[in-house]
Design a protein around this ligand. Structure first.
Ligand SMILES: [Zn+2]
Ligand SMILES: [Zn+2]
Length: 977
């Protein structure tokens, strides 16, 4: 039964009911004992789900849609009760004392630090005594303190305390005697009110933690075919876990899906569940301490794509005059094209705030009760605030108000308004976006800039389109051949299929752009303009900085990041100055700088793992019969989580005791790699630096040992004075593990450490003693020197072969990490004169393709656009070679110049469009009159009835002009976002 249940609940290997029935039948035929019937099996699953699973409940939204939600409180409770997960849950903020930052809880003044202290873990157990913040405690040296915050530093938990003067003689030590507490009211008013800590009433004497749960929402197709089957999904994750774990699917939690209910409707339920934990923390079992504990939930941010984030921030979207959800940048076309207005798009504007949005939405609702749509629209265009849920009620209110005005023309308008507001209050208790009422969450600022959608599917996509859309076929072919010839070693990207990418150049996805950002610049030198080259360079320089998982020095990093972002925006402006006014993704990128300051590395709030998780959702959706997709899929995910929980040795509450599965069940996950793989659970990677892997033993036995000459050892330089026994028989190794875990092969570029000095080189030979499977051995390396000046075109360090040291012997343990380098084909004038046979079906076919022939092997360029190891590589190189340089020094001046040119052309464009529209109107009118001369009377009547409407159009068109304009401009070019 247990195995069947596992088989039925592997996320990436979903079985249909028919397949399961077949398996049951085969088991029966093979004579297995106690084979359950299909229905019996399902009944058993249902039973287990009740006791050990996640609650999946039906909900009806305020707009009347039905959907099922898996309880987010249960999902997080399972994390604590799961011994595979619990030890990794971060319970207190961390003080890294100026050291590197990789996680959100390490950021000084970040989200974990700047919330009211009461919202963080209030107590800690030392020995058998529980200490609370805001209460007085005695240190071992007899001093009295009031702890304000529990904080981790270098793996130990400390209290951030205020010292208490003992001369306040009436103070009593807490906690021993609750009743005896008397406080000097004059000196300690603030503390007196807080003692005893109010959480003593709430936490039952157990640990009370705060868990951060980002909520991701997006529309996803539930079909595997190309036909789009829209579902709106909500997922979450436990953000108290380290970022490296959160990149695994194992840690993504499905919350809900619905083909009907929108994101905000589903989020209403989630928000209510989160809020409920503030008054009633969730009880669970901490598998790390093996004690019961409880926790409260908070939402740190809303990761999603930009349109979804706009919806969450009650924002009108990128088509509006004020198109940024984060700030107030924008205005009418004239304002935007004025020098000052134009420059303002290159800076973050006055930030929006949740209070401001809420007030704006409430004003719109109130305005709607007067029945004039244009007034509401005017409010929306002038603020950029438009709320999806409120809009539903606004439409109803306007209609109702109009009906009421018509029914009683003389009635006081304010009276009708009041009546309608009362009606609305009775109709719904959530008149607008629920996220606006979520404590500690500001959707305008906490919808962080997301790098997958903004950089890869934004800037990289725009750049790529700008390059290829006027390439000739010859240019396309040149690029394809060069891209295919890229040396990908040290980049950790999947193999390139250049011909495919060129063929489907308008349909590339994130992973393609990730490769292009890192390699594109080396292939375009003679097929693009200088401005385009500068754009590709600016994009390539920014990429690795945003994907850095660890930030060593936050202040310095942010200064550099700002320069790189400015460069990218300026490079776009050199090609099309109007782009920043139209494309939100350009402006919104500026907001990532404060986001990183508050949250740590940008890659930590990327949505890549959620997007990957969509594949599992799709597998579940395909197998549902779509009679009740929301219920079926939610139940399925509850089952997936349940099996994962049980196999991981997780606890559940049964008859008021915390129990878990038996040893045999727990052993399945630990000992079965195939189950680990299917559950997406990856044990921590393990490697020994310098360990060389040999070819398979059978193959090796057939090979002769290498002679010293073949091993390239004779005559080589030996700076590390490695002892080489002349009798050791050497054999070629397949790969070698570097100190940082990279797997390097012959041809890999790497940094080595020899006699405490760093050295750059390329591996020519990996040698290990013959007969061993894996062992420490020797490397023969060609030494390269880093040029003093940057490459004039690529602005990257140059590598020049040290002709004196073409063969250097190093111990294998000296290899530190790998990086990517490219041949300087531009300087060496390499061309596509080579011919290779195409590989098909793993064999060489007769089809030949041209390939690049590198003219010499002495001049290479360190690929500074590579993401992998970007941080350590920059630390190794001299600062002068890595410091970002601004593209324009006087940017404001530059923007003013651009704006002046832009204003003229845009004005002319607008005039032409208006003229054309007027001409078309006239033409249509004439054609209509000619076709139907009798209809003229009815046309007049229609016009009279439509007066209000016409006026409304007229009023809003002033403010909405830019909106129309941007649409027009956007339509001229093919859509690429
Ligand atoms: Zn902004
Ligand atoms: Zn070359």
């Amino acid at each position: 039964m247990c195995y069947l249940d596992i088989l039925d609940n592997l996320p990436r290997l979903r079985l249909s009911s028919s397949q399961l029935k077949m398996i049951l039948w085969i088991m029966e035929e093979c004579g297995a004992r106690d084979v359950p019937s299909f229905n019996g099996f399902r009944a058993m699953q249902k039973q287990i789900r009740k006791t050990t699973g996640v609650k999946s409940e039906a909900h009806k939204s305020g707009l009347g849609n039905l959907f099922y939600v898996n309880d987010i409180r249960d999902l997080i409770a399972k994390d604590f009760a799961n011994p595979e997960v619990a030890p990794y849950i971060q319970k207190y903020p961390e003080d890294v004392a100026g050291g590197p930052i990789s996680e959100i809880w390490q950021v000084k003044d970040g989200k974990w630090h700047d919330i009211p202290l009461d919202e963080l873990t209030p107590s800690i157990l030392v020995g058998h005594t529980r200490y609370y913040v805001h209460e007085i405690a005695e240190l071992s040296d007899g001093q009295w303190v009031i702890p304000a915050l529990w904080i981790v530093c270098k793996g130990k938990t400390y209290a951030d305390c205020k010292l208490v003067q003992r001369n306040v003689s009436l103070l009593y030590l807490f906690p021993p005697d609750l009743a005896g507490l008397i406080f000097n009211p004059e000196t300690c008013k603030e503390y007196a009110q807080r003692i005893p800590n109010r959480f003593r009433q709430i936490d039952n004497g157990d640990d009370l933690f705060t868990v951060w749960v980002p909520v991701w929402a997006d529309d996803v197709s539930g079909a595997r075919s190309k036909q789009y089957q829209k579902h709106l999904n909500v997922y979450t994750a436990n953000a108290n876990l380290p970022g490296r774990l959160l990149q695994q699917e194992y840690f993504v939690r499905f919350v809900s899906t619905s083909p009907h209910a929108g994101a905000l409707e589903q989020l209403t339920v989630v928000v209510n569940q989160v809020k409920s934990t503030h008054t009633k923390p969730v009880l669970t079992f901490d598998a790390e301490t093996e004690r019961p504990c409880s926790f409260r939930l908070n939402v740190p941010d809303g990761p999603a794509d930009n349109p979804q984030q706009a919806e969450e921030a009650s924002h009108i979207g990128h088509q509006g005059n004020y198109f940024c959800r984060r700030c107030h940048v924008g205005g009418t076309s004239e304002e935007k094209e004025s020098p000052k207005g134009y420059h303002s798009f290159y800076e973050t504007g006055r930030p929006r705030s949740v209070e401001e949005i809420r007030t704006a939405v409430l004003l719109q609702i109130k305005t709607a009760t007067y029945g004039i749509a244009s007034h509401v629209e005017a409010l929306q265009t002038s603020t950029g605030t438009k709320d999806k849920i409120a809009q539903h009620w606004i439409d109803i209110l306007i209609q109702k108000a109009r009906d009421m005005h018509a029914a009683a023309p003389g009635r006081d308008l304010d009276e009708i308004s009041d009546e309608l507001l009362i009606w609305l209050g009775k109709e719904t208790d959530q008149q607008y976006n629920p996220l606006l009422d979520l404590p500690l969450f500001d959707p305008s600022q906490d919808t962080l800039v997301e790098i997958l959608h903004t950089i890869l599917l934004g800037h990289a996509k725009y750049t790529w389109y700008d390059l290829h859309h006027n390439w000739t076929e010859v240019q396309q072919n040149i690029f394809t051949v060069r891209l295919q010839a890229t040396d990908l070693d040290g980049l950790r990207v999947p193999p390139v299929r250049a011909a495919y990418m060129m063929q489907y150049r308008n349909g590339l996805i994130g992973k393609h752009f990730k490769t292009l950002i890192q390699t594109m610049i080396f292939h375009i030198y003679d097929i693009v303009t200088a401005n385009q080259f500068a754009l590709v360079r600016a994009l390539g320089e920014l990429g690795p900085m945003l994907w850095l998982p660890v930030i060593d020095d936050m202040d310095e990093y942010l200064i550099n990041l700002q320069i790189l972002i400015d460069n990218l925006l300026d490079a776009f402006a050199s090609i099309d100055p109007a782009k920043i006014l139209i494309k939100l993704k350009l402006h919104v990128l500026l907001h990532i700088v404060p986001d990183v300051r508050r949250r740590g590395p940008g890659v930590r709030f990327s949505t890549e793992v959620f997007e990957c998780f969509n594949a599992i959702f799709r597998l579940c959706s395909v197998l549902s019969n779509h009679q009740a997709p929301s219920r079926d899929i939610a139940a399925k995910f509850a089952d997936l989580d349940r099996v994962k929980h049980i196999l991981s040795g997780g606890y559940w509450l049964e008859d008021s005791a915390w129990v878990r599965a038996g040893k045999d069940v727990r052993r399945i996950l630990r000992n079965t790699p195939i189950i680990q793989r299917h559950l997406g659970w990856a044990p921590p990677p393990y490697w020994t630096p310098g360990m060389i892997k040999a070819v398979a033993q059978k193959k090796q036995a057939k090979l002769e040992a290498l002679t010293a000459a073949e091993a390239m050892l004779t005559g080589a330089i030996n700076p590390a004075s490695v002892v080489i026994s002349p009798t050791t028989p050497w054999t070629n190794g397949v790969n070698i593990a570097a100190v940082l875990g990279d797997c390097c092969t012959v041809g890999s570029w790497a940094i080595f450490r020899v006699n405490e000095l760093a050295m750059v080189g390329r591996i020519s030979k990996i040698l290990l003693p013959k007969g061993s499977k894996s062992a420490q051995g020797l490397l023969v390396v060609s030494k390269f020197d880093v040029g003093e000046a940057l490459h004039p075109h690529y602005h990257m360090p140059v590598l020049l072969l040290d002709t004196e040291a073409q063969r250097v012997i190093l111990p294998s343990s000296s290899i530190q990490f790998t990086f990517n380098a490219q041949h300087d084909c531009r300087a060496c004038e390499c061309d596509a004169s080579g011919v290779t046979r195409q590989m098909q079906e793993r064999q060489e076919s007769d089809t030949v393709v041209s390939s690049i022939v590198h003219k010499d092997e002495t001049r290479f360029i360190i690929n500074m656009h590579g993401f992998h190891n970007a941080g350590v590589l920059r630390k190794f190189l001299p600062v002068a070679l890595t410091k970002p340089r601004p593209l324009f020094t006087d940017r404001e001046r530059r923007h003013h110049d651009l704006a002046t040119g832009l204003g003229v052309t845009q004005k002319a464009k607008r005039a032409a469009i208006l003229e054309k529209a007027a001409a078309t109107r006239e033409k249509n009118k004439a054609a209509k009159a000619a076709a139907n001369p009798q209809a003229s009377t009815s046309a007049v009547i229609t016009a009279a009835v439509g007066t209000t409407l016409d006026v409304s159009m007229g009023e809003s068109s002033g403010a909405g002009e830019g909106q129309v304009q941007s649409k027009r401009v956007a339509q001229k070019r093919p859509r690429i976002d």
